[in-house]
Write a protein that binds this ligand. Sequence first.
Ligand SMILES: Cc1ncc(COP(=O)(O)O)c(C=O)c1O
Length: 347
Amino acid sequence: MSVIDLRSDTITKPTKAMRLAMANAKVGDDVYKEDPTVNSLEKLAAEKMGKKAALFVPSGTMANLISLMTHCNRGDEVILGDRSHIYTYEQGGSAAIGGIHSMAVTNEDDGTLKIKDIKNAIRSDNIHFPKTSLLVIENTHNQCCGAPVGKKYMDLVYKLMADHKIKIHIDGARIFNASVALNINPSELAAHADSVSFCLSKGLCCPAGSLICGSEQFIDRAVRLRKMLGGGMRQAGILAAAGIIALNKMTERVAEDHENAKKLAAGLADFSQIIIAPEKVKTNIVYFKVLEKISINKLVRHLEKEGVKINKTGINQIRAVTHYHIKSIHIDSVIKKMAKCLKKQIN
Ligand SMILES: Cc1ncc(COP(=O)(O)O)c(C=O)c1O
């Protein structure tokens, strides 16, 4: 039985073109800046994001940690969403390693933070308070159903942050999903950000790797932190070669993932036992709940036996993520199998 794996877009495997490029990649020691393939990837990433420089790092988590530590001194405060990946899913690394204090603000369902809430979260100049140094916006927003955050909102945020001289970092792990969903260049979404990070290893199918983009000065500081955190990867051109294919060939195709996610959400909405708002699905992430009488653990187990893997992400919450290996016919099959598994629970 072939498995339909909807747990995450991180499970994607490199394409044939990537494997070929990886096998033939010219490499050198990247800690000495001598890996030509990493250098090319960083140049391409910076161009795509409209920034002067970029840095290749092993993961999205490290990209965020380095970005926060580059912007903030120990004891500084970062404003971020209470459903943001950095706040909820990165082990509090910015506090544990960077000494950075988090000020969490309620995330709206569209992935944004209310401007008035951000304003209220900014610390005044008082000897008792930490200094607010940074605001993080996540785009797309994973836990807000993959919501893409638009340019108009970024303009508002920028105006407020500029008035207070507070820097902006975008956790753009899936910024290409946002750019495709909103039909706008990623560089425009990142125009006001002092730094933006994005992942190659999710919908773009690379085996590993993320990029941080920003000014030359910012990247000069970030590169030192990457080394300190153990992220200097030496002959990383093998990985960067896949990244170049990803940026040149894989970004636009995520539109297909978005269509499949919408189809999945619409199909799930037809089940009376499932609670879902299909109109919220704008990219490749689908969240849904089930009625209390349904055991979510049993449902996930039954689906797995039927060859469908999904993720339980809360007491009564399931996440399904579409990606390169999921085609429209797989969605038809998931809906059929869901019907069978829900029936099992009722009988
Ligand atoms: C929004 C967001 N940021 C950062 C990350 C971290 O990426 P990684 O798993 O490469 O550390 C993820 C991972 O899913 C994510 O969804």
